[in-house]
Design a protein. Structure first.
Lengths: 201, 222
């Protein structure tokens, strides 16, 4: 007989919250596309952290593998990742999310304003649903997402690489170049819209 | 530290070479301009001392050839007292300093030290303003975060820092930062000012660039 899920009998409820959030993000995208003429979101993913990953996370942190720890000590059992085209879109979406009445903003970490030492950039929100489940929402631009994917591949590669130090420092350099390009693209975009606005007047 | 010395008077050449070697420099000596040019083609130097009046190729010809090949090694010219026009021509051709013969070895050494120091200063410059640092070697802008700047953004930021005591008109920035770039115009300046504003804010700096589109700009502590 297979072992019981670390989430106990919460899985169906968690799945429902995940799907509901995804649906609402998609509705928001439709609304914003009509309002601004372009979709601020490039793509959006949602997942329930796998049973094995959550158990491994408990072990790594020296905690018993209980449902309580999985659902309340760690707050990323349900995860949403919203990837935007431009920097300002990240904050536009953030502002809509925190206005959802049935979501309570528990914590906000802005790793775009203050990047992690390795160069990681994203905006992290922890929200709590009315049913009491935590959801971690990560918002980032496409270039931040590409960077994070590559960094993830490096981090989880099993065998140690001889050139790891070089790769770590090159990844940091790329992160700082991409961040610079994100700002440049935003600046150009703002300029296009300012001129459009000016010519309308 | 490698120094090339080109001087056709054998005794003086020997004396300078001996003194520089004694000071710990790695010295290559040439007795005419062509020999100097041959060394320059096969080796690189941290500093050069060129006599103006030399057989085969004058010091001025060597210097002109160097600069036309974008070799920016600091050059000190040795001139005779009467050669005022040569000194002017030498400085205009890209010499960094000159010394009139006869000179004291002490002064030659001090001038060489100054040239080398200045060059090192340029290549490793780290400028700072308010709460941010501009690192020339990495072309990085750092406050709370770090971003990499493009060459033009870097040059503009460097210029804004060095001239942060004055208002810099768009025209003046075009002449200074975009000289030899006929395609650049007021909108170019405005775009790059906008880039730098965005980047200052993205690294979390309190510094701001004041000024309106097409007007004068000034870097200030926010």
């Amino acid at each position: 007989m297979s072992e019981m899920s670390i989430y106990g009998d919460h899985v169906p409820a968690m799945e429902q919250i995940k799907d509901e959030l995804l649906k609402r993000i998609n509705e928001l995208r439709v609304r914003l596309t009509q309002k601004y003429g372009s979709d601020p979101v490039d793509h959006c993913l949602a997942r329930i952290k796998s049973d094995e990953s959550m158990r491994e996370k408990c072990r790594r942190n020296g905690l018993p593998e209980t449902t309580e720890n999985a659902l309340t000590f760690f707050r990323d059992a349900i995860g949403l990742r919203i990837v935007c085209s431009f920097l300002s879109d990240v904050y536009t979406i953030r502002n809509y999310l925190v206005r959802f009445n049935d979501l309570e903003l528990v914590e906000e970490k802005d790793y775009i304003k203050k990047a992690k030492d390795n160069g990681y950039r994203s905006l992290h929100l922890i929200v709590k649903t009315e049913q009491g489940y935590y959801v971690e929402i990560q918002l980032r631009t496409i270039s931040m997402d590409t960077w994070a994917a590559l960094e993830h591949q490096m981090k989880y590669k099993k065998d140690k690489m001889a050139s790891e130090e070089l790769i770590v420092s090159e990844l940091k350099r790329c992160a700082d170049e991409l961040a610079s390009t994100d700002v440049s693209m935003q600046t150009i975009r703002d300029m296009i819209f300012t001129e459009e606005g000016a010519s309308v007047l | 530290m490698k120094i090339l010395i080109a001087e056709d008077t054998a005794d003086l050449n020997r004396a300078i070479t001996a003194v520089l070697k004694h000071e710990g420099y790695d010295v290559t000596s040439a007795l005419d301009g062509q020999e100097a040019m041959d060394y320059i083609e096969s080796d690189s130097f941290d500093c050069m001392v060129l006599d103006i009046m030399m057989p085969k190729k004058s010091g001025l010809e060597v210097l002109t050839e160097l600069r036309s090949r974008h070799i920016l090694t600091p050059v000190l010219l040795l001139t005779a007292k009467v050669e005022i026009d040569d000194r002017v021509a030498g400085l205009d051709a890209g010499a960094d300093d000159y010394l009139t013969k006869p000179f004291a070895m002490k002064e030659l050494l001090a001038r060489l030290r100054a040239l080398i120091r200045r060059r090192e200063g340029y290549s490793e410059d780290t400028l700072s303003f308010a709460d941010f640092i501009l690192n020339a070697k990495e072309s990085e802008l750092t406050a709370g975060n770090t971003v990499r700047l493009s060459i033009k953004e870097f040059e503009l930021m460097q210029f804004l820092i060095r001239n942060s005591d004055k208002e810099l008109a768009t025209e003046y920035l075009l002449e200074s930062v975009w000289r030899n770039e006929p395609d650049a115009h007021a909108d170019t300046v405005w775009l790059y000012i906008s880039y730098l504003r965005g980047k200052l804010s993205s690294v979390g700096s309190c510094a701001v660039i004041n000024g309106e589109k097409g007007g004068a700009y000034k870097l200030a502590e926010g």
